[in-house]
Ligand binder design. Structure first.
Ligand code: ADP
Length: 484
C-alpha cells in the first residue's frame, strides 16, 4: 500500500468528518434560530391576545351602569378602540400559521360584533342593552381565549421539538467526536506500525552499515515508498560490497601477477651476481628473460595507471596525423623481434590509411590485442594483423586461432577486471587491458568489435575514423598484401 494513498484517504476521511460536523452545526443553529423565532412569535401572540382582552375589558369598564358611553370620556374610549385596532393589526402581522390567522379573523369578527352592538344599544333600556351587549362581549373574549390557548400550545410544541433536537445534537456531537478520536487513533497506530517502525529499522540498518557491518541490509517493509527506499539502499549496499570484493580480487590479482615477473627477475639477478662464470649463450637468454619480464611489468603498471586516469576522468590524447600501416608495422615488428613462437603475419593496403590519432595510444591498443592473441593461442598457430578501410573508417583487425570466448563471456569482456575461465588458467593478467583499449578507441570516436568461437579463435576489430584529408568516397574494402 502506498503512503501517499493512505495519507490522502486518512485526510479525506477526517476532512469529511469535520465537514459533516460543521454542516450539522449549521443546520442545528439554523433550526434553533427558527425555534427561537417561533417561540418569540407564540409569546408575542399570547401577549397581543391578552392585550386585546384587556382592551375589551377596559372598554367595558368605561361604560356607565347603563352600559352607555359616558359623555365625559369620549377620548379614552376612542383611544381604547384605536388600541384594539393596532393590537389586531400587530397580531395579524405576528401570525405564522393559517390556523392562527383564522383565529384572529374570528376574534376580529366577534370584536366588531361587540362594537356595533354598543352603538345599537344607545337608546335601549338597561336590561335590553345588557341582553344585547353581554353575549357578543363574551363571544369576543372566548375567541381571544382560543387565540391565547393556540399560542400557548404552539410554544409547548416548539419547546418539545427543541428538546428533541437538543438530544439529537448531543448524540451527533458525541458520535463525531468519538469518530474523530477513533480515526486519529487508528491513523497514529497505523503510522507507528507501518511507517515509523520500518523507518526506524531502516535508519538502524543504515547506521550499522555506516559503522562497518557491511552485511547489514534494511528490512523491506511498510508502504511502497519505504519499501522502494529499503530496496534502493540494499542495492547500493550490494553494489558497494561487490565493488569491495572486486577491489580485493583485483589487489590479489595484481599481487599474484607481479609476483611471477618479480621472481623471474630475482632469479636472473641472483644468477648474474653469483660470481660464477656464465656461458655467453646462457647470459643472452637471461637478459632476454629480464627484458620480457620488465616489459610485462611496464605494461601492467601502464594499464593500472591508465585505468586510474580513466576512472578519475583525467585521460588526454595528443592528436596527430599518422598512417595506420606504420603503427601496425611497428607493433608487429616488435613482437617478431621478441622471438615469438607464433606465425605473426601483417596485411597492409597499398595506399596510406591516415588517422588523426594519439599514435602511442593506438599502438597501446594494438599491443594489447596482439599480446592477447599470442597469450590465448597455441605457439605455432598463426595470428593476423590486418589494416584496411571501409568508407570513412580505418579497420585494424587482429585474428587468432586460439581458445576463443563463449557468447556469455563476450558480453562482459570489456568490464574491468573480468577474465574468462580458460584464460585465467592459460596466462597471467589482471583483466584491465581491453577495458582501457575500449576507452582509448572510444576517445578517438571509434569502437571495438569482437567475433569469437570457443576452440576456434577470435577476431578483434578496431574501427577508427579516417583523417578528413584521407577519407575517400565509399570503397567496400581495401586490397591488402601479406608481410611475414
Ligand atoms: P588480461 O589479458 O590482462 O587478463 P584483458 O583486458 O586484455 O586482460 O583481457 C580480458 C580477458 O578477455 C582476458 O582475461 C581473457 O579472458 C579474454 N580475452 C582477451 N583477448 C582474448 C583472446 N584473443 N582470446 C581469448 N580470450 C581473450
Amino acid at each position: 500500500m502506498s503512503l501517499r494513498r493512505i495519507m490522502t484517504a486518512a485526510i479525506a476521511m477526517l476532512a469529511a468528518l469535520a465537514l459533516a460536523g460543521a454542516a450539522a452545526l449549521i443546520i442545528l443553529t439554523t433550526y434553533l434560530h427558527r425555534t427561537t423565532a417561533s417561540m418569540g412569535s407564540s409569546v408575542e401572540g399570547v401577549r397581543l391576545a391578552e392585550a386585546l382582552q384587556v382592551d375589551l375589558l377596559s372598554l367595558y369598564r368605561l361604560s356607565d351602569s347603563l352600559l352607555r358611553i359616558p359623555s365625559d370620556s369620549p377620548r379614552s374610549f376612542a383611544a381604547i378602540e384605536s388600541n384594539l385596532r393596532v393590537h389586531l393589526t400587530e397580531a395579524r402581522a405576528n401570525a405564522w400559521s393559517p390556523q392562527e390567522l383564522a383565529l384572529i379573523d374570528e376574534a376580529e369578527r366577534t370584536i366588531a360584533n361587540y362594537l356595533s352592538a354598543r352603538e345599537r344599544v344607545a337608546n335601549l333600556s338597561t336590561e335590553q342593552a345588557a341582553r344585547e351587549l353581554v353575549p357578543p362581549l363574551e363571544a369576543a373574549l372566548a375567541a381571544l381565549d382560543q387565540l391565547v390557548t393556540f399560542n400557548v400550545n404552539e410554544a409547548r410544541t416548539v419547546q418539545l421539538q427543541a428538546d428533541r433536537w437538543d438530544q439529537i445534537a448531543n448524540i451527533g456531537g458525541i458520535c463525531v467526536a468519538a469518530l474523530l478520536v477513533l480515526g486519529g487513533g487508528v491513523l497514529l497506530w497505523w503510522l507507528r506500525r507501518f511507517v515509523f517502525r520500518p523507518l526506524l529499522d531502516m535508519s538502524r540498518a543504515m547506521r550499522r552499515f555506516g559503522a562497518g557491518r557491511k552485511r547489514t541490509r534494511a528490512p523491506v517493509a511498510g508502504p511502497v515508498e519505504l519499501r522502494d527506499m529499503a530496496r534502493t539502499f540494499n542495492d547500493m549496499a550490494n553494489s558497494l560490497a561487490r565493488q569491495q570484493e572486486e577491489q580485493l580480487t583485483f589487489l590479489a590479482g595484481v599481487a599474484h601477477d607481479l609476483r611471477n615477473p618479480l621472481s623471474a627477475l630475482k632469479m636472473s639477478a641472483a644468477l648474474v651476481t653469483s660470481g660464477r662464470p656464465i656461458p655467453e649463450e646462457r647470459m643472452q637468454k637471461t637478459m632476454a628473460l629480464v627484458r620480457r619480464q620488465v616489459a610485462r611489468l611496464d605494461r601492467m603498471v601502464g594499464d593500472l595507471l591508465d585505468a586510474t586516469r580513466i576512472e578519475a576522468g583525467r585521460f588526454e590524447l595528443s592528436l596527430e596525423e599518422r598512417d595506420a600501416r606504420e603503427l601496425a608495422t611497428a607493433v608487429v615488428e616488435l613482437y617478431q623481434a621478441g622471438g615469438s613462437s607464433h606465425d605473426l603475419r601483417l596485411q597492409l593496403p597499398e595506399e596510406p590509411v591516415l588517422l588523426c590519432c594519439d599514435a602511442t595510444r593506438v599502438e597501446q591498443v594494438l599491443h594489447n590485442l596482439v599480446s592477447n592473441a599470442l597469450k590465448y593461442s597455441q605457439g605455432g598457430s598463426s595470428v593476423d594483423v590486418i589494416v584496411g578501410y571501409e568508407s570513412e573508417e580505418a579497420v585494424l583487425s587482429v585474428v587468432d586461432r586460439g581458445i576463443g570466448i563463449s557468447s556469455e563471456e563476450l558480453r562482459m569482456l570489456f568490464t574491468p577486471f573480468r577474465r574468462t575461465g580458460p584464460a585465467r588458467e592459460k596466462a597471467p593478467g589482471v583483466g584491465l587491458g581491453l577495458s582501457v583499449a575500449r576507452r582509448i578507441v572510444e576517445a578517438h570516436g571509434g569502437r571495438i568489435e569482437v567475433e569469437s568461437r570457443p576452440g576456434v579463435g577470435s577476431t578483434f576489430r578496431v574501427r577508427l575514423p579516417r583523417a578528413r584529408s584521407a577519407a575517400q568516397p565509399a570503397v567496400a574494402s581495401s586490397p591488402a598484401e601479406t608481410v611475414h
